[in-house]
Ligand binder design. Structure first.
Ligand code: AHG
Ligand code: MN
Ligand code: MN
Length: 349
């Protein structure tokens, strides 16, 4: 067999930590199992009665699709049955679930936040969608109810994060803080196989991803930053390409592989940005930093934000290291014109 399976990879990683009890390994395997089930459903979506709207709106006031509900149920079930979690929170539920409160069983020490189906408005058009997950270790005493301190952990305290992209192939990409690895699902054997070991994001790219229909709402530094990308300058291949799929996972994954930057700033409708800190921004920020890139809100690194609310939103600027650094230069040098800001940054780096 040419490839190492995800299961084999996880086992080898675990053996490097002799004291590890295998709980995180089991948890990751539960996620991979749910991902395979969602993959199966996504791939036959046009045939099964699974396309379209579910009916009610979710906690974000957004329309739920049938696949949102299906994916949520699969990930919830797999993580509950695994027995290694004490808390589960999903985009699709207003409240997180303290498993000790709801089942009386203490469960494990891990807390998982997830977006079961990201980009769900794209499902009916056969455009890639994804799942994003973030794993924390509880800081309060095990066996007791969860404490406020468990919920106030910053993204830096994540012990693992990752995403699944249901695209032209299905991939699972994750980190436990020891680099980033990507696995492609071989549907013929039902296994994720290591296809992208030790992933690094190129330090610079020529692609930017933003929903420009919100342009009028953007802060001046965002407008100037975008204008910089559009200016003609052959010395650094400008104008850059604009690529926006509208599924965060898919836009992020392309930029991770090819280099680029994704920007979802504050808008009039979403004054704190649209994307959710706990199950969209934080997990991808952990991945991108582990892959050598950066993720910021415009005020601070995403991973340093102290959470206040399970569903809080944040502006997100994420991608290649030097592109995000250039963005920060635009924020810092508000008085400069864009070319001066870029020139001073690029000549220093
Ligand atoms: P979700 O489907 O989980 O609600 O997430 C949708 C998100 C994200 O995937 C994407 O980047 C963004 O919404 C697109 O928003 P716009 O349609 O406003 O561009
Ligand atoms: Mn999402
Ligand atoms: Mn979603």
């Amino acid at each position: 067999m040419a490839f190492q399976t995800l299961e084999q990879f996880i086992t080898v990683q675990q053996s490097r930590f002799p004291k590890a009890k295998g709980e995180l390994s089991r948890l990751l395997q539960a996620i991979s199992l749910a991902a395979k089930i969602v993959h199966r459903e996504v791939n036959k979506a046009g045939l099964a009665d699974i396309l379209g709207k579910y009916g009610p709106f979710n906690v974000q006031g957004e329309e739920q699709q049938k696949l949102d509900v299906f994916a949520d149920r699969e990930f919830m079930d797999a993580l509950k049955k695994g027995g290694d979690c004490c808390y589960l929170a999903s985009e699709e539920h207003e409240q997180g679930i303290d498993l000790m409160k709801s089942t009386g069983y203490a469960g494990g020490k891990y807390m998982v936040y997830f977006d079961p189906l990201d980009g769900s408005s794209n499902i009916d058009a056969n455009v890639p969608v994804g799942t994003i997950f973030s794993v924390y270790r509880r800081v309060s005493h095990e066996q007791s109810l969860l404490h406020e301190s468990d919920f106030l952990q910053t993204g830096r305290q994540q012990v693992a994060s990752g995403y699944v992209i249901y695209g032209s192939s299905t991939m699972l990409v994750y980190t436990t803080g020891q680099g980033v690895n990507g696995f492609t699902l071989d549907p013929s054997i039902g296994e994720f196989c290591l296809s992208h070991p030790n992933l690094f994001i190129p330090v610079w790219g020529t692609t930017y991803s933003v929903n420009e229909s919100n342009y009028q709402d953007f802060a001046p530094e965002i407008k100037r930053f975008l204008q910089y990308f559009k200016n003609n300058d052959e010395s650094d291949q400008r104008p850059f390409s604009s690529r926006y799929i509208g599924s965060l996972v898919a836009d992020f994954h392309r930029n991770l592989i090819q280099g680029g930057i994704f920007i979802y700033p504050a808008t009039r409708r979403y004054t704190e940005g649209k994307l959710r800190l706990m199950y969209e921004a934080n997990p991808l920020a952990f991945i991108v930093e582990q892959a050598g890139g950066l993720a910021v809100s415009g005020r601070e690194p995403i991973l340093d934000i102290l959470p206040q609310d399970l569903h809080q939103r944040t502006p997100l600027i994420i991608g290649s290291r030097d592109m995000v650094s250039l963005f920060e230069q635009f924020v810092a040098d508000q008085a400069l014109n864009p070319l001066d800001a870029a020139t001073s940054f690029l000549s220093e780096s």
